[in-house]
Ligand binder design. Structure first.
Ligand code: PDD
Length: 281
């Protein structure tokens, strides 16, 4: 495998970042994960628009032009022969002697791009069987709208899920309302067949899959409401599913050990998943 690190394509096993990279010391950086499907990068411009927003919010400079970055992404995908998989890109505030305040303006940001194939069989199995989730109290900072690499609470939540035999952990706010998964957005289908997900203005990441799924749902004539829902409403939902670039739309068949509906993946999640790639750009 090959990785791109600060201007060079290097063997993945030798790819390295300086010990005083601010991403390493302070999680002072942002990232994107994007799906590659049949050699085509899904929703690339939306991912790069979100990267631009994350960088601007943190006042980190673009490491290169947008066109150059697209070239690097394609080159990393090509050199790794990834036709179906994911690429990962990370931009940090660069390398500087450890000091909490920003380094000098001329410090170049660090850029890493990697790509890997995904296991189509494992994904198909999750879609067919559904996944299990748990809920956990929200304990992250209040700027989770920025796709920062500071993911320790997400790591701990996913690990807890794994130790309880589940695949996703869902953050819940102090009002008992669902926020999002450790690495997914969460949706329910309510009793009327309306799709619901939390508004993205505050407290969650505006997932690209979430945005594209809204286009898909509209094309399918489904009703959507951006309105927060409670854990109780989730337990009672007709369907629950989670979305992310890594999973598109995984059905959730149990939450906190409580069976959702009849315990089988629902038809709406399946219909959306099947229509997704016709609409994603
Ligand atoms: N995570 N919410 C959180 C906290 C996430 O980390 C992610 C994605 C999403 C979904 O966003 P999108 O649809 O743009 O992938 C929502 C990536 C995939 C990850 O950390 O691996």
């Amino acid at each position: 495998r090959i990785a791109y690190v600060n201007g060079a394509y290097v063997p993945h096993s030798e790819a390295a970042i300086h010990v005083e990279d601010r991403g390493y010391q302070f999680a002072d950086g942002v990232y994107e994960v994007c799906e590659i499907r049949h050699g085509f990068i899904v929703d690339l411009s939306r991912h790069l628009d979100r990267l631009d927003r994350s960088l601007r919010e943190l006042r980190i400079a673009w490491p290169m032009s947008r066109a150059a970055l697209i070239h690097v992404i394609r080159e990393v995908s090509r050199r790794n022969r990834v036709r179906n998989g994911l690429f990962y890109l990370q931009v940090t505030r660069g390398v500087a002697r450890r000091d909490h305040v920003f380094p000098a303006n001329d410090t170049p940001p660090s850029l890493v791009v990697t790509a890997k194939r995904t296991d189509a069989t494992a994904i198909a199995k999750k879609n067919a069987d559904g996944i299990e989730a748990i809920t956990v109290p929200e304990n992250r900072w209040d700027r989770v709208d920025i796709k920062s690499v500071g993911l320790l609470p997400n790591v701990l939540a996913r690990q807890k899920a794994k130790e309880l035999g589940a695949q996703e952990a869902i953050f819940v706010d102090t009002d008992g309302l669902v926020k999002e998964g450790a690495a997914t957005n969460v949706w329910i289908v309510d009793g009327d067949g309306t799709l619901r997900t939390r508004p993205a203005e505050h407290g969650i990441l505006r997932g690209i899959t979430r945005t594209t799924l809204m286009d898909v749902a509209k094309a399918l004539g489904l009703k959507i409401e951006e309105k927060a829902f409670s854990v109780e409403e989730m337990y009672a939902a007709r369907e629950v599913f989670v979305t992310a670039a890594t999973s598109i739309c995984f059905p959730v068949v149990s939450v906190d050990g409580k069976t959702i509906s009849n315990g089988h993946p629902g038809s709406i999640a399946q219909n959306i998943r099947e229509a997704f790639f016709d609409i994603a750009e």
